[in-house]
Design a binder for this molecule. Sequence first.
Ligand code: PRX
Length: 652
Amino acid sequence: MTTPHNIESVLKENRVFPPSEAFSQQAHIKSLDEYKALYKKSIDEPEVFWAEQAEAVHWFKKWDKVLDWNLPDAKWFINATTNASYNCLDRHLTGPRRNKAALIWEGEPGDSATLTYQQLHREVCIMANVLKKYGITKGDRVIIYMPMIPEAAVAMLACARIGAPHSVVFGGFGAEALKERINDSGAKVMITADGGFRRGKIVQLKPNADTAAEGTPALEKVLVVQRTKQDVSMKEGRDFWWHDERKTVSDKCEAEQLDSEHPLYILYTSGSTGKPKGIQHTTGGYLVGTTLTTKYVFDLKDEDIYFCTADIGWVTGHSYVVYGVLSNGGTSLMYEGAPDTPNPDRWWDIIAKYKVNILYTAPTAVRAFIKWGDDWPKKHDLSSLRLLGSVGEPINPEAWMWYYNVIGGGRCPIVDTWWQTETGAHMITPLPGATPLKPGSGSLPFFGVDAAIVDDDGKEVPANAGGKLVIRKPWPSMLRTIYKDHDRFVNTYWSEVPGVYLAGDGARRDEDGYFWIVGRIDDVLNVAGHRLGTSEVESALVSHPAVAEAAAVGRPDELKGQALVVFITLKVGVPPTDALKKELRDHVAREIGPIARPDDIRFAEGLPKTRSGKIMRRILKDIAAGAQVKGDVTTMEDLNVVAKLSASSGDE
Ligand code: PRX
């Protein structure tokens, strides 16, 4: 067996969709040449470029110097002062935007609310004053454990207003995960709700918060928003209702003038092993990154209604439900519940009802809609949509085509945005009026992003060769550290390939400079001496008309090193037969070559996913090897999936 070295890339995708003239003409960035000129400037003269672009943000005081770069420690906009809450609210209050919808919200049961910029500002000031009343001052951490209701955004902006770094814990996490995050962050105050609605049931937030609070000695106060009106216990002296507390404070609260490097938030992200990492973002650079990407990547205009389906518990909810959109004075639509409640057309119903123009979602959702069938979206008028976005995983080319044709009516560009919790903002992404689109590719780097593909020795590889994705220059919205663990920050991101940021993804760059993510490096398949990314094998499977979703993993094999095992979810109504298994094996061999012919195909009702929708391949690896599922499963969406998969394994 040859020693596997660099990742090979095998999937070929030749379709190209240039932007329509009509779209380009009205776009902020109108042509590829315009993008290229700005990109060149951003790389050749980054400090000049960022000084100009930073004008998109309001500063109380301007910087003395744009960047201090002491690898791997970056400081952006030195000695400048600003405030994220001020940028998202106050600066819009002096003109016509003050009466514009900042948030449009729909609850799962069908209730709804709209908050103008003026109204949102008032709510934020009141909540900030309640936090002050609890003794929260600049630098104190606050935990937010909320459903997707307007008060979640209010809570984030209230913290930002007074310089208290927030740490949002996804509402789907249980007491144990919450406790760990409260303790790691050392938060004195938690903002939560009695519960939230999801799939017609109540998510038990307050009971979980109570259990967590039994093991969190530093936590002093819990502010509770009433959402479901279920009975919950309120501990005397610790727990207070928001609807009572808001009456006790003033509705005026000046935004703190914070140093550009003041921490805005800590967001915990779990790697495949080990304890969650508290990714720490700062104020000035993060605001510049999210404000600019929102404007250019979503081509956001004042009249747009923008709907990002991410939960505020994820970075996408931070950057592209709250900060980036509001900083631009946009209208952000928030939806509380599940996409299939009461039926699998809830999003399409919302889009038609509010005449949404921009939809930003994840491939996992797109594949679920494909599985449920075209009839659901076809029942609704989606003609208001003008732009679609994708984030979170590689989008398989066939899923891209479905999204483009069935949801976008063949008229809407898709921005496939590659980025991470750590990067804070989009890094590799099309600009919709400029970039010709290739299904499955995140295309070209955003301004200032010096991305490259390197081999195991850190050397840049030629076009179309696979390798590791790295970023060679600092960028304003980059993470500054892992909270209380700077060594882990250095080791995780800055050590394996010296001098550059290691993203942890495998990728290739094609002859046009387009980036194609082939999967996480940890998941790379090693078949008979070939190292293959998971996403290419999976995309080949998803291109078969019977398949909705696929996950590829390796199983130890004496002869080949690893045998290729694939787990497949079929579209609704397709019978899982042996003949189909054979057909799928042949299909993959035809699409990408005989080395990638799966050894073992398993049909599954569902795949194990993280709460944010990423396929958990390490769990499938254990199942494929017939082993006990190991490691942290607390972030898994549905534990039953594993039980079912384990029970049906070995049916070959
Ligand atoms: O593997 C990449 C994948 O998601 C990872 C980052 O995950 P997280 O920190 O949870 O942030 C998700 C939202 C930004 C990346 O390392 N990923 C994200 N977007 C894409 C993607 N893979 C391919 N294409 C994308 N557009």
